[in-house]
Design a protein around this ligand. Structure first.
Ligand code: GLA
Length: 386
């Protein structure tokens, strides 16, 4: 299985802080990435998702400043971001837009920010569908809140960080990634109702591991295709006179099947059925029924491939390679799709054997190397004093 490399990210952040800014960091914050077990492309339809925060995170070591300027060095990307408060402008390193976007969004929400200097380091694979950008946004929000002494209100902060991504970075994502990075519970996945933002932690079943399968491909066309899917879902809901696809049933769709275009119908069918699968999966987790969760994950992948059309040959290959193993309970693409990662629920016992067989199978099908990581469910963002 893949290891994390020579030095843990928090140590890299703390050490680089000394080298960059001199002296000790006063605070260390952590915000995890996430993997979504089921409930894909449902968050922006006010539906249900079942993600978990993972033991991969973005860390920021920081020290408050008197001056109202923010200066952040990124160990993994190189480059330093430096900007004044409260007027924030675009420009500088690409990763810096996430940090500035969060500052902008916090100010828009009425918060008074203060300056700090810091170093960011992380071990969430970038662009793999594990929410490295949400982790960076939430870590930045934690850093600003800690430096300025702001109250940490999880739901408000989820909305603020989502707005940074939507309106500053310009990616029209839903609320799932930021919310689970903030509200994650160790040992649990979270059933999130994306209409009410009600969160119900559900334990992961004993004896089963969550394995992330990185295809090594990255989602080039995802931004426009994601936007297009959102629009198709909105149109379907409007046509059916519903506020969102959350309020639509499969019977409603059957009745409208001749009036809607076949594509719109398939998109809506995925969302409506996926909401149901997600609720069933949460109930199955509560009962400790890992077999049922695996079957629902398999059905989710089929629906994402056939109806929502967000899979890719590599994602299909890695899912197929996983399912060849008898210890694989279920596997599906995770995140927006088109590339990045799949997730499998695998019976514990021979996870090394699982990883090596999937790597071999995937290589023989695609000629590519997979990265395979067992992830454990982690707690949400936190401040750690150093
Ligand atoms: C991306 C978005 C999420 C969600 C998923 C698809 O990860 O950031 O809000 O829409 O795609 O489920």
């Amino acid at each position: 299985m893949d290891s994390r490399g020579p030095r843990p990210a928090p140590d890299r952040a703390v050490d680089a802080f000394q080298a960059q800014w001199g002296g000790e960091a006063a605070l260390l914050v952590r915000a995890p990435g996430r993997v979504n077990l089921i409930g894909e492309h449902t968050d922006y339809n006010e539906g249900f998702v079942l993600p978990m925060a993972i033991d991969r995170a973005v860390w920021i070591a920081l020290r408050p400043r008197k001056e109202r300027r923010v200066a952040v060095h990124a160990v993994d990307f190189g480059g330093t971001l430096d900007f004044g408060l409260p007027t924030i402008e675009k420009g500088g390193p690409a990763w810096g837009e996430y940090v500035k976007g969060v500052a902008w969004s916090l100010i828009e929400a009425g918060h008074r920010l203060t300056g700090w200097e810091g170093v960011v380091a992380g071990d969430v694979p970038i662009g793999a569908g594990l929410s490295s950008s949400a982790a960076l946004e939430v870590a930045a929000a934690r850093a600003f809140a800690a430096a300025a002494g702001l109250a940490w209100e999880p739901l408000a902060m989820a909305r603020i960080t989502q707005r940074a991504e939507n309106d500053w970075v310009g990616v029209p994502c839903g609320i799932m990634d930021q919310l689970v990075s903030i509200a994650g519970v160790a040992g649990h996945a979270l059933l999130i109702d994306c209409r009410t933002l009600e969160i119900s932690p559900v334990p992961l079943p004993a004896g089963a591991a969550v394995v992330v399968l990185d295809t090594g491909t990255r989602r080039g066309v995802a931004a426009s295709a994601y936007q297009e899917r959102r629009e198709q879902c909105r149109q379907a809901a409007r046509f059916l006179g519903a506020a969102s696809l959350r309020d639509v049933t499969l019977q409603d769709l059957a009745r409208a099947s001749t009036a809607l275009s076949q594509t719109t119908l398939r998109r809506a069918r995925h969302v409506v059925a996926e909401n149901e699968r997600t609720r069933l999966a949460a109930q199955a987790l509560q009962r400790g029924d890992a077999i049922e969760v695996g079957l629902l994950m398999n059905a989710s992948h089929a629906s994402l491939k056939e109806d929502f059309e967000v899979s890719s040959p590599e994602l299909d290959a890695i899912v197929a390679a996983s399912r060849r193993r008898p210890d694989c309970l279920g596997a599906r693409l995770t995140g927006a799709g088109f590339g990045g990662c799949a997730v499998a629920l695998v019976r514990e016992g021979d996870l090394e054997g699982f990883a090596s067989e999937v790597r071999d199978g995937y290589r023989s099908m695609t000629g590519r190397e997979a990265r395979i990581t067992v992830c454990t469910p982690a707690a949400g963002a936190e401040v750690i004093r150093v």
